[in-house]
Ligand binder design. Structure first.
Ligand code: SAM
Length: 285
């Protein structure tokens, strides 16, 4: 195992602090510091960077981020049992680790960071990974407070994030991610790397915000993609009826074919649809 610092091995940390993994908290810990270092390296260069980590747990990734030179790590952890273990890391790196004890879905990270820009790096709890990502992708105003995200997901979710039109993985997540970021799968991580091992392979994904995405309202884009992919096998003229009784004028205004299905529509097509919906709403006001 790599000697990245003089802190005890993660197995000892887990034993000493009674950190038996809880399924309800999506806990699958990484105990190999070589691997956590590999994930942290994907977020380099880290000098002068504030890293935001969701769910540090026993702190394997936190330690790698600090050892690789992150100026500061702001970590949000919901499991109070992990706080004492994280305090030991904070003592080893004075002034560089701030732990927020709370729920990442409700903590206001923007407020915690102030005017500082940050980089999100995390082995996410899988039960809330998609919800967190959607929150980060729909932040207003854009560009957001983070300059990139390096995140671990289940492989199947990673494929839905980077999917292109035409396949079964292409859906709401691919449209949101592709609209506002450039997303790339960097590498896979086998179930055996985690304690306890999850049932499926995981993937590390990097998402880099586009400085100027195609202009459209993120809330309207979400509504449009929910309607279209909610009935993905149906033609747009049918699936978009959940948006309005006669969706043909919208489809026409967006320059799309009424008989097309959601998975054939490009991101630009969905943006045009969202703009048509927004324009119509403005007319009604
Ligand atoms: N980063 C550690 C690692 O790589 O070994 C742990 C990753 S584990 C997959 C997910 C972590 O997220 C756990 O520590 C869990 O307690 C924490 N967690 C779960 N739900 C959370 C929430 N709503 N807010 C903050 N942390 C949460």
């Amino acid at each position: 195992m790599a000697q990245i610092d003089d802190l005890p091995p993660l197995r000892d940390v887990i034993r000493r602090h009674g950190l038996s993994a809880k399924k309800s908290l999506g806990q699958n810990f990484l105990l190999d510091l070589n691997l956590t270092t590999r994930i942290a390296r994907a977020a380099e260069p880290l000098e002068n960077v504030t890293a935001v980590e969701i769910g540090p747990g026993p702190g394997g990734l936190t330690r790698a981020l600090l050892a690789l030179g992150a100026r500061r790590v702001v970590a949000v952890e919901r499991d109070e049992r992990a706080l004492a273990a994280l305090a030991e890391i904070a003592a080893r790196y004075p002034g560089r680790l701030d732990v927020i004890a709370g729920d990442a879905l409700t903590v206001d990270l923007q407020e915690a960071l102030g005017p500082e820009r940050a980089r999100i790096v995390a082995n996410l709890p899988y039960n809330i990974a998609t919800a967190l990502l959607v929150n980060w992708l729909t932040i207003e105003p854009w560009p957001p407070w983070y300059d990139s995200m390096v995140l671990m997901f289940q492989r199947e979710v990673a494929e839905r994030i980077v999917a292109r039109p035409g396949g079964k993985s292409y859906g709401r997540l691919a449209v949101l991610a592709g609209w506002r970021t450039e997303a790339k799968i960097l590498f896979d991580v086998a179930p055996s790397a985690f304690v306890p091992p999850p049932k499926v392979t995981s993937s590390v994904v990097r998402l880099t915000p586009r400085p100027v995405p195609l202009p459209c309202d993120s809330k309207v884009l979400q509504r449009v993609t929910e309607a279209a992919f909610g009935q993905r096998r149906k033609m747009l003229r049918q699936s978009l009826k959940s948006l309005q009784a006669d969706p043909l004028p919208l489809i026409e205004a967006a320059g799309l074919t009424p008989t097309a299905r959601a998975e054939e529509i490009t991101i630009e097509g969905f943006v045009n649809l969202a703009r048509a919906v927004a324009a119509q709403q403005q007319l009604k006001v």
